[in-house]
Design a protein around this ligand. Structure first.
Ligand code: BGC
Length: 557
């Protein structure tokens, strides 16, 4: 149920300098997984031109910025997270001119653009790795153990499964925390620092407004590369500090980048940001990445992983807000991305819960990231045939674990996740190309096919089918983003918990009260105001509000 606000007023615009309160503190940022967003040339693979053509859709949706996943020159061993040339666009996705056009078009629409930067590793096709001399200095080569060096240097496992080391023809080994085609860089080498700062300047000069820092917790390894001593390391990522992740040394790199970003922003009258993709064991350790002299944002994966239970949600929200407040940063909420099971499926295969979770997220103070297709309520595709799968983890025998964390661990997953845990936890099922229009695949994705097959029953989920249907998930997102913009202070203002029955969360924000019923059945409570927006039809009779099961309502107060 949507109602018009009586006195809409625009949120104040942040100043255009690199310092102080900024646009990013409460921005809603939409993740474009370029390969699956929109295809302009009919090769079945999304591209920059396709993304540019669809920017008006994102403007109309009501987001503030887009984050583009890697479109750089790459052999695509890991969906482009294996970069061979950080300053070139892969022909699959277009040209540098297309990138430039996209950034300009976005800015004309008042949308900011964030691009990925991948500093933990390069492609094995990168010229540095191809050069025998340079590679020894700029990557992590070590002699093997055993009589003739036939054993890996330590017991570290790749996030994608199998050993984190590959032996070369020369007999030594190199470290790759991800696929063998993604050798880890040696961040003890100052040339690596210099190069990444130059890459950032290259893209800043092209106009980007920030960087999503891939594996921001990974560049520094514990001295001596010590053994861990037990297997199943993928399950420990994000649960404890491992000698290859979340080492204190990474923060010096982030400090240097913040200096670069602030200096660049100040010099050009822009606010340019860094967002950390960091898997840290606690909210406190994650907050270290967003100290005032480090990055601006860090994805809150603990929120993403929280089960659909009021107590669990409340405690993760409290812990996140307290940790980020202690360093003066906003919290950065996220429910879905290209590495985890889509939240419609993850939350028990329940679109009702997914819609409610989104309204909850958008009512919380801070910034939020949306993953393409969640605004359509897309589920994870769980029946992809093996022959079409491309996730390197699938080929390396990785377990049911997302690329970078425990989010899709189907064995320890909370209620609802195990039963619907994607396709063995691999990542192709959340990357199926978007349905835009029509009754049949490729549903307007492009003039050709689509690199992963789309389900036959997505005709009702297309953008065209949902547009104008007030009950649709797309219109729910549009209404929520519209309200969010028009309620001053909703993004970055205070939040106070309000009394609520068991299983229900209630909290006030500037201009509204949010209730979330996590139970599977209706709950009645004294109506706290007038319903503004609800993920499911809410009724008010005789001053009693009836919250449908698995729903979230924003009330005008
Ligand atoms: C990215 C993944 C990628 C991995 C290695 C992750 O954090 O989001 O998609 O496979 O980093 O670059």
């Amino acid at each position: 149920m949507t109602q018009e606000l009586t006195s809409p007023s625009p949120a104040p615009q942040a100043p255009g300098t690199g310092r102080g309160p900024g646009w990013w503190r409460d921005a809603v940022i939409y993740q474009v997984y370029v390969r699956s967003f929109a295809d302009s040339d009919g090769d079945g693979i999304g591209d920059l031109r396709g993304a540019r053509e669809r920017l008006p859709y994102l403007k109309d949706l009501g987001v503030d910025a887009v984050w583009l996943t890697p479109f750089y020159a790459s052999p695509q061993a890991d969906g482009g997270y294996d970069v061979a040339d950080y300053r070139a666009v892969d022909p699959l996705f277009g040209t540098l001119q297309d990138a430039d056009d996209l950034i300009r078009t976005a800015h004309d629409l008042d949308l900011r653009v964030i691009v990925d930067i991948v500093p933990n590793h390069t492609s094995d096709r990168h010229p540095w790795f191809q050069d025998p001399e340079l590679s020894r200095q700029r990557y992590l080569f070590r002699p093997g153990k055993g009589e003739s060096g036939e054993l890996p240097p330590n017991d570290w496992e790749s996030v994608f499964g199998g050993p984190a080391w590959t032996r070369t023809d020369r007999g030594d080994w190199y470290l790759h925390l991800f696929a063998p085609e993604q050798p880890d860089l040696n961040w003890d080498n100052p040339e690596v620092h210099t190069e990444f700062e130059a890459i950032m300047r290259f893209w800043l000069d092209l106009g980007v407004d920030g960087f999503r820092v891939d594996v921001a917790h990974g560049m520094i390894k514990a001295p001596g590369l010590p053994d861990i001593g037990h297997g199943a390391q993928a399950q420990l990522i994000g649960a404890q500090v491992l000698p290859f992740f979340d080492q204190d040394g990474v923060h010096a790199i982030h400090r240097a980048w913040r200096r670069l970003l602030d200096g660049y922003g100040d010099a050009h009258g822009r606010q340019v940001i860094g967002v950390a993709e960091a898997w840290a064991p606690t909210a406190e350790r994650l907050a270290l990445y967003v100290r005032p002299d480090e990055l601006h944002q860090a994805f809150n994966f603990q929120f993403l992983n929280a089960p659909w239970q009021s107590d669990a949600l409340r405690s993760v929200i409290d812990a996140s807000l307290a940790a980020t407040a202690s360093v003066g940063a906003p919290t950065t909420w996220v429910l879905s991305n290209h590495d985890v099971v889509r939240h419609t499926t993850r939350l028990g295969g329940s679109l009702a819960r997914a819609r409610a979770a989104t309204l909850l997220m958008l009512a919380l103070p801070g910034s939020a990231y949306l993953y393409q297709g969640e605004e359509l309520g897309l589920p994870e595709v769980t029946d992809l045939p093996d022959e079409v799968r491309q996730d390197p983890a699938f080929f390396r025998g990785g377990r049911a674990t997302g690329a970078a964390g425990p989010g899709t661990d189907t064995e320890s997953a909370p209620d609802g996740v195990a039963a619907a845990g994607g396709q063995d936890g691999f990542r192709d099922g959340c990357r199926v190309p978007l349905p835009w229009s029509g009754e049949l695949p490729p549903y307007g994705f492009g003039p050709g096919g689509s690199w992963l097959p789309q389900p036959a029953d997505w005709g009702g989920l297309t953008v065209a089918a949902q547009t104008g249907d007030a009950a649709s998930t797309l219109e729910l997102y549009r209404a929520a983003l519209d309200l969010r913009r028009r309620l001053p202070g909703l993004g970055d203002g205070p939040m106070t918990w309000a009394p609520a029955p068991d299983g229900v969360l209630a909290f006030t924000r500037p201009g509204l009260l949010c209730t979330v019923n996590t139970l599977g059945h209706d709950v009645g409570l004294p109506a706290p105001g007038t319903p503004l927006l609800s993920s499911a039809p809410v009724t008010v009779d005789d001053a009693t509000g009836r919250l449908p099961g698995d729903s979230c309502t924003w009330w005008a107060i």
